[in-house]
Design a binder for this molecule. Structure first.
Ligand code: SF4
Length: 94
């Protein structure tokens, strides 16, 4: 499997209900992932950090590294939405 991350190719980021930045709007559609993910950590809180900081912090770099180098460990949403072999549409996840 290879993930072609739309968030690295211009897809807009997203601000959650509790002011945390995420790389796309698909991730929070799966609450169980967001609540337990790195994006729920304070380092992604837009009330504490500027957007330029949260989008370039070490935790996000680590997330990108997983997407690019170890895609099997990526979140389900990333595999479903951005993987090369995915046949899914947005309706598949509802
Ligand atoms: S689903 Fe994952 S890989 Fe795709 S745009 Fe969102 S964060 Fe990036």
């Amino acid at each position: 499997m290879k993930i072609y991350s739309k968030c690295l190719k211009g897809k807009q980021g997203y601000a959650s209900y509790d002011s945390h930045w995420l790389p796309c709007c698909w991730l929070p559609n799966f609450g169980e992932y967001y609540e337990n993910s790195i994006f729920s950590k304070p380092v992604f809180d837009l009330e504490r950090h500027a957007l330029e900081q949260v989008a370039r912090n070490d935790a996000f770099r680590e997330f990108i590294k997983i997407l690019l180098k170890d895609p099997e460990q990526a979140p389900y949403t990333c595999k479903k939405r951005c993987s090369f072999d995915s046949k899914s549409t947005s309706n598949d996840l509802n």
